[in-house]
Design a protein around this ligand. Structure first.
Ligand code: DP6
Length: 360
């Protein structure tokens, strides 16, 4: 079992004056949802996600030794422009990880970041953004301590990303990533995401995710607030137990390739997530009328055609349409014919399972 203290590094063996790195990290889509957390970004239940391929953040990190080591010092650029309003979030992240990255106050950093997906598309960039930043910081640490193993590098990157945003720990490495202690997943941890360690049937190879952009507006309730409302939530303990059950079911489903069973788990998870929001106090709704129109249209299409397409939702109104590669043509035609009209400005993004972060 890993402890927080495993991520406090040994004394660095090298000194480095300056340098720069560039990493991309993808977004991910949860199949079993993380909703509710304890102190220090420990999830209330385990979750599992598909790593995406096209929706990603690209982050360049330049660093240079500074005179003193009193404070954090960094500039933040988003698409080449200084972005003051992102700074508090990064500052908070630095505070959370400083204990594990003792070099942080020794350098001035320039963080230059951009996303491949339209900004304000309602796609959460916190997962890909925090993962990309964590990868860069681990590259710095590896220069200071070259003896570090690859395993430690990726594990700690996920650990750090989690402290930035929980779901970000699932955007580091692997196509299917589990996060949170689960008795039946060897090596699983509340502290970092792990590549799903068991057999995955060919049915899930190249799985497709077409993201329908239903509403690009600011969310009325942030994920942070939503997670918080799971404390004292009347259904919390049942929900957390259900997440464990659903993850166990997925272990079997990934092996057998049973798409009907997959669809049941995934759609139930999506609706349960939103049911938790609707039954919080205060209660809230993030789905929009068009979210429901799309869900109903998918159900009708699936019933009529038997094409194994399903949906999931994250903490917003957008719909992720999930389907195997071999039915892409039919599903994309269906999206064009029947779903595009429900998207804001007809916008959607075609994505698929990917492998995680990459150094550029
Ligand atoms: C609905 O990871 O954004 O997407 O840890 O507070 O940053 P913080 O929350 P965040 O929550 C994601 C919630 C979700 C489900 C999921 O990705 O598992």
């Amino acid at each position: 079992m890993f402890l927080d203290t495993d991520f406090i590094p040994p004394k660095y063996t090298q000194t480095v004056e300056k340098g720069n790195f560039k990493w991309t990290a993808p977004s991910n889509i949860a199949l079993v949802k993380y909703w509710g957390k304890k102190e220090n970004q420990i999830p209330a239940n385990p979750s599992v996600s598909f790593t995406l391929n096209n929706c990603k953040t690209i982050t360049k990190l330049a660093f240079a030794k500074k005179e003193d080591s009193l404070n954090f010092s960094f500039d933040l650029l988003f698409e080449g422009q200084s972005k003051e309003d992102f700074k508090p979030k990064i500052n908070k992240f630095f505070e959370r990880v400083a204990h594990y990255l003792p070099f942080l106050k020794d350098y001035h950093f320039t963080i230059d970041t951009e996303n491949t997906f339209p900004h304000s598309s309602g796609i959460a960039s916190s997962a890909s953004g925090m993962a990309a930043l964590a990868m860069n910081l681990m590259s710095v640490e590896r220069q200071l301590y070259p003896a570090m193993t690859d395993e430690y590098f990726y594990q700690k990157a996920s650990f750090l990303a989690r402290l930035g945003s929980g779901s970000a720990c699932r955007s580091v490495k692997g196509q299917v990533v589990a996060w949170g202690n689960q008795a039946n997943i060897t090596g699983s941890s509340d502290l970092f995401g792990v590549e799903f360690p068991y057999v995955i049937h060919d049915n899930f190879k190249n799985y497709q995710d077409t993201i329908l952009l239903v509403d690009k507006g600011e969310k009325q309730v942030s994920s942070t607030v939503g997670h918080d409302l799971m404390h004292d939530h009347p259904y919390a303990s049942t929900r957390f137990a259900q997440a464990h059950d659903n993850l166990d079911k997925l272990i079997t489903i990934f092996e057998s390739g049973d798409l009907d069973a997959f669809i049941k788990v995934v759609e139930s998870e999506a609706l349960t997530l939103h049911a938790m929001m609707m039954t919080s106090m205060p209660y809230f709704i993030l789905m929009k009328p068009n979210t429901l129109e799309i869900i109903n249209a998918i159900w009708k299409f699936r019933n009529e055609t038997k094409v194994p397409v399903c949906f999931t939702l994250d903490a917003g109104a957008n719909v992720h349409v999930l389907y195997p590669k071999n039915v892409s043509e039919k599903v994309l035609q269906f999206i064009q014919d029947e779903l595009v009209g429900y998207c804001q400005n007809g916008q959607y993004i075609c994505d698929e399972i990917g492998n995680g972060a990459n150094q550029l």
